[in-house]
Design a protein around this ligand. Structure first.
Ligand SMILES: [Zn+2]
Length: 357
């Protein structure tokens, strides 16, 4: 079966699109790249563009000889066409949801490194080349701790960090992590995208109703990697708690598990899953014990690798971590994940009596 298909690059920052940047001589240049989350891969590739349909991607790209093509998987070969263009052929990816397929064609400059046997590279426009050494220092400081935190499950055969000056966000595409220039020095963002290599890329939300599965778990482990699990992490967790309470106080606040039928609804679910998701995982950890929760999350990563995770499946792992208190742990997880807002407990001391309501 063969399907021929053609499309055009847009300037919308989604699907396949052009991204512009300044050169040192004052002129502009353009790179070509992709952004799939949540439902944009279908704009450049006919596919079943829903996270639960995972499949490998085998990609080859014809591009100008003066440019370099990168994608999720390592390059197998670069050949020259009779017309003097290049064809870059990539290894097949592992099993991925389509929103994580990514590639770029740029005339960037790069810096490579080997981190614990993993080929890693940073790619920036030539005008930003002076920043490459400090970018690589940040990458070197975060890749090993990020890969070791969860039993060193090796997910990627290589890691490319690709910077696009006009991006306003970062995206965790496996092996092809893209960053806006504002994030060049944000160590926490690098760690966050690394933790998505587990939560999002290795095990993926089953549907966009549970964005917190990707974002909450990535944020929880981002805090552990960047702050350790001592006092500093506790302070970060309290800050996350305050942030999540502030954004969860409105009558329009959404539950973390929020049913999605349309593209716009899928985007709404990115409003509050980061800090609130992390805070709920913290709370569950305090209830069942760190060792028990770590054990179940590692089991979840092994058994659900290259697959998806639903709300009910996550709650089953929490129940297993809870042991004899499993049912209470599961009820707590279900309540906090499926209801908006938060419980309010008022404690007063009246005439030396403590009143709680
Ligand atoms: Zn994220």
């Amino acid at each position: 079966f063969q399907l021929s298909w053609s499309g055009v690059a847009t300037t919308d920052s989604v699907g396949l699109y052009e991204t512009w940047y300044a050169l040192e001589n004052g002129t502009d240049s353009v790179a070509l790249t992709t952004h799939g989350e949540t439902m944009h891969t279908r704009k450049w590739l006919p596919c079943f563009d829903e996270p639960r349909f995972k499949a490998p991607l085998k990609l080859s790209i014809e591009h100008p000889k003066s440019t370099k093509a990168l994608s999720n998987a390592p390059v197998v070969s670069v050949k020259e066409t009779p017309e003097g263009r290049s064809i870059t052929v990539f290894e097949p990816t592992w099993t991925l949801s389509a929103y994580l397929y990514a590639f770029s064609v740029t005339d960037y400059t790069s810096l490579q490194a080997d981190i614990d046997g993993l080929p890693v590279a940073a790619h920036v426009p030539v005008s930003l080349s002076a920043l490459l050494p400090q970018v690589m220092e940040i990458i070197k400081s975060i890749v090993s701790p990020s890969l070791k935190i969860l039993g060193a499950i090796h997910i990627n055969k290589k890691l490319d960090f690709v910077f696009f000056p006009d991006h306003t966000s970062a995206m965790e595409n496996p092996g092809h992590i893209s960053f806006g220039a504002d994030f060049l020095n944000r160590r926490d963002t690098y760690v966050h995208e690394m933790m998505h290599q587990y939560f999002g890329n290795l095990i993926t939300l089953e549907w966009w109703s549970d964005v917190w599965i990707n974002e909450g778990l990535a944020n929880y482990y981002e805090e552990i990697v960047t702050k350790g699990d001592g006092t500093e992490e506790m302070i970060t967790s309290l800050r996350s708690l305050r942030g999540s309470l502030n954004s969860d106080v409105y009558s329009t606040s959404l539950a973390l598990h929020n049913p999605v039928e349309t593209f716009l609804e899928s985007r709404h679910n990115f409003r509050n899953p980061y800090s609130k998701g992390a805070v709920i995982v913290h709370m569950l950890r305090d209830f069942v014990g760190k060792r028990a929760l770590d054990r179940e999350i590692e089991r979840m990563l092994r058994y659900r690798a290259n697959s998806t995770l639903s709300l009910g499946q996550f709650i089953d792992y929490v129940a297993a971590a809870g042991g004899e208190e499993g049912e209470n742990a599961a009820n707590m997880a279900r309540d906090f994940l499926t209801k908006p807002g938060f419980p309010l407990l008022i404690v007063r001391n009246v005439d030396n009596m403590t009143i709680i309501r």
